[in-house]
Design a binder for this molecule. Sequence first.
Ligand code: GUE
Length: 287
Amino acid sequence: MPRVLDGKVIAEQVRENLKDRIENLRSIGIQPKLVVVLVGDDAASASYVRSKQRMADKLGMAGDVRFLPVTVTQGELIREVEQLNADPTVDGILVQFPLPSHIDTEAVLAAVDPDKDVDGFHPYNVGRYATGSPVIWPCTTAGIYEILKRSDISIAGKTAVIVGRSQIVGWPTGQLLLTHNATVIQCHSKTEDLRKFTLQADILVVAVGQAGLIGADDVRSGATVIDVGINRVDGRLVGDVDFESVQEKAGAITPVPGGVGPLTVTMLMHNTIELATRRRGLEKWGR
Ligand SMILES: Nc1nc(=O)c2c([nH]1)NC[C@@H]1CN(c3ccc(C(=O)N[C@@H](CCC(=O)O)C(=O)O)cc3)C=[N+]21
């Protein structure tokens, strides 16, 4: 039987470290603060935002949510972001995706102060990790790294295959694994003969959003399989990987739910603390 990589347990380990860093910051009068900007009243988004709030509270961080109506104009949204940029008590700003179609998402991302960009989506921060000198990594990518590191799965020299090249998960995850000296194959919707590549993977990361995309025949025996997909099928949450069949073949595998997801929210807190310390030139205090 393969190892099931338990994201809830690993996230708890990461949060133990965060508590020490938050305590150090508190001792010098700093409470890291994350502000989430939520446009519209989508129930799934609201529930996700509430779980971030609860985690910030539990860790002793400060949190706030700005609810904006779905009719908000791009100018109004950008002005909200600019107010948060100017507010010295705010360390991290997250504008929740997806935004309504009348809003230019890229323009909003570019309006966030790169020093407060907790998602790591601002073009400046993308450039930083693309050149191998990241300030912070996008939360899901950072979470995948924590899962591998804390499960003693080595990256350097391994063949990592990423399925998906999204700006928020697939592409940054490829960059992270490359930075850590994996040989990276980046597959996407135009890839011909996907299986030819996935069968080569020592580490297979799947971030597409298509239930059942990867089955046992697509996975090399003993591979580490990281499933980033979140799909709702018949009211049940499933990933992009057919867990039942693939777990017989893989050496290690993340479940959905309870795999990458719990790390994503935890790494959001990590990034907020990281930004709070860096912005004040206090790196050593945060460690
Ligand atoms: N600017 C921005 N940054 C984001 O990081 C961002 C976003 N917008 N928009 C929405 C997506 C979605 N996302 C999730 C994170 C964790 C879970 C998570 O913890 N999932 C649990 C299951 C939760 C459940 O049961 O519903 C799990 O996989 O175990 C889910 C979804 C971050 N997102």
